[in-house]
Design a protein around this ligand. Structure first.
Ligand SMILES: [Fe+2]
Length: 138
């Protein structure tokens, strides 16, 4: 449930960034990552139902503070601010998926969690590289 909440947050945080980032290639990559998070929401949602749990509504949840912070980050630090908002949610995602991958769970859940963790590692690596470029050229 924690994982799906974070993935929902990530979809919203990415939407905010995609709306404001000027470079088309970066926007395209961010949209791919946003789709990965949408897939995570769908796949975890299906698993929750299989395990008799109700998936959450697709809306900002209690961790929406990252989203609220995005507007402030944009006004103070521009595109780099939005990317650091993404960095925050990606760090949290990688941490939570990493922790979940260590749990003693049924094989279908382990497979899903490991697959999503691979996505999170790829996203974070790209965002960190991109932030480095932004900071080096600031
Ligand atoms: Fe991600």
């Amino acid at each position: 449930m924690d994982l799906i909440h974070l993935d929902i947050d990530a979809v919203h945080v990415y939407a905010e960034a995609i709306e404001h980032i000027g470079n088309e290639e970066i926007r395209h990559n961010l949209a791919d990552f946003q789709n990965d998070h949408r897939d995570h929401v769908a796949h975890i949602g299906r698993k929750l139902i299989e395990y008799d749990e109700m998936p959450p509504e697709f809306s900002p949840n209690f961790k929406g503070f990252i989203m609220e912070g995005m507007t402030a980050l944009l006004s103070i630090r521009g595109e780099e601010g939005l990317l650091s908002g993404i960095e925050t949610v990606e760090n949290m995602s990688r941490g939570k998926y990493g922790d979940a991958a260590e749990l003693d769970l049924p094989p279908d859940l382990v497979y899903l969690i490991r697959s999503n963790l691979t996505d999170e590692e790829r996203h974070l690596e790209y965002i960190l590289e991109l932030l480095k470029v932004y900071r080096d050229t600031a």
